[in-house]
Design a protein around this ligand. Structure first.
Ligand code: FAD
Length: 290
């Protein structure tokens, strides 16, 4: 496969830098072709602003959605954005790698998404009518490709469990996995998450590296998270509400959008304590470590 890894850490000698090298080495060893977009090293511009739309008249009001649409249609996207879109079209799989900062991705990576996921490319695709609400959530320009996250977190795994104080990691990552990656069509693989990394020492590194190698070896075969397809019949159109009778009675929130019959399993990587589990992850059977 062709794989694009988008790397968002300011320090190449960081844990993230070491894990990126492990991932790339293993993917290449498996015969995959890999490109890396190293956002800090490349000096990626994070904010959407007028400079993104050189064809916009100086006195014209900037409406980012409309400007993005026009720039894609007229071929006037900036060179940096166009290059990333070309890489996304080239790649069969996308990996976003980042440290969890304030429960989400670092701003530079969010800015990459804001600028690269343009109107007409990642959103605003397909017919929007009373019969159909666009090509999104399982359909779209990036359908048929795979995507996954590699995330490091300072916090404890228990704190991110189903009843953990931080909120479940699946919920925290839902806006990225479902809202950013599934939206334009990617099949989204379970994330590779490493916890309590700030306390990591040499002896703790190798087991994590080995778990990452294992995930990289199965990138083309790991079952994706079984999100429901928007246009697959589970949602009423145009209200886009999940049909009555689907999902657990009384249930609300993110888990509703998982197909109960998906049956996928996830190698939900941690620091090694948790082995293969079913999706969605059950409550941790372990006692908190502190
Ligand atoms: P590094 O600091 O580079 O390394 C971490 C440890 O691994 C160090 O002990 C280092 O010695 C060791 N190490 C590094 N490389 C190797 C190697 N090759 N071999 C062996 N050991 C190695 N955490 C949360 O859980 N939730 C949050 O919301 C959150 N918000 C944050 C917000 C900010 C602004 C910041 C700065 C941190 C936040 N954190 C949060 C913590 C953050 O997730 C971690 O600091 C980050 O994931 C660590 O990754 P790193 O690559 O920067 O690690």
């Amino acid at each position: 496969m062709k794989i694009l890894l988008v790397f968002a850490h300011p320090e190449p000698r960081s844990l993230n830098g070491a894990l990126r090298d492990i991932a790339v080495q293993e993917l290449e060893a498996q015969g995959h072709e890999v490109q890396v977009s190293d956002l800090y090293a490349d000096g990626w511009k994070a904010q959407v602003d007028r400079a993104d739309f050189p064809s916009l008249a100086r006195d014209e009001r900037l409406v980012p959605v409309a400007a993005s649409k026009k720039a894609l249609e007229t071929g006037t996207l900036t060179e940096d954005v166009r290059a990333e879109i070309e890489k996304l079209l080239w790649a069969d799989a996308l990996i976003l790698q980042f440290p969890l900062w304030w429960f989400t991705m670092p701003a530079i990576l969010k800015g990459w998404v804001d600028r690269v996921f343009a109107y007409g490319f990642a959103y605003g695709v397909g017919e929007h009518s009373d019969r159909r609400w666009g090509d999104r959530y399982g359909e779209g320009m990036l359908a048929g490709k795979r995507a996954m996250l590699i995330v490091t977190a300072g916090g404890w795994e228990e704190h991110y469990a189903a009843r953990g104080v931080n909120g479940p990691i699946d919920d925290l990552l839902f806006p990225i996995n479902h809202g950013i990656l599934y939206y334009p069509g990617y099949d989204v693989l379970p994330p590779f998450v490493v916890y309590t990394v700030d306390r990591l020492d040499e002896s703790g590194f190798e087991p994590i590296a080995e778990r990452l190698r294992k995930r990289m070896r199965t990138i083309s075969s790991t079952p994706p998270i079984p999100y429901r397809q928007q246009n697959g019949g589970d949602y009423l159109i145009p209200s886009m509400q999940l049909r009555p009778g689907l999902g657990e009675a009384g249930a609300t929130g993110f888990a509703l959008h998982l197909n109960d019959e998906g049956g996928a399993t996830a190698d939900f990587s941690s620091n090694g304590a948790q082995e293969r589990v079913s999706w969605p992850i059950p409550e941790s059977p372990r006692e908190p470590t502190r």
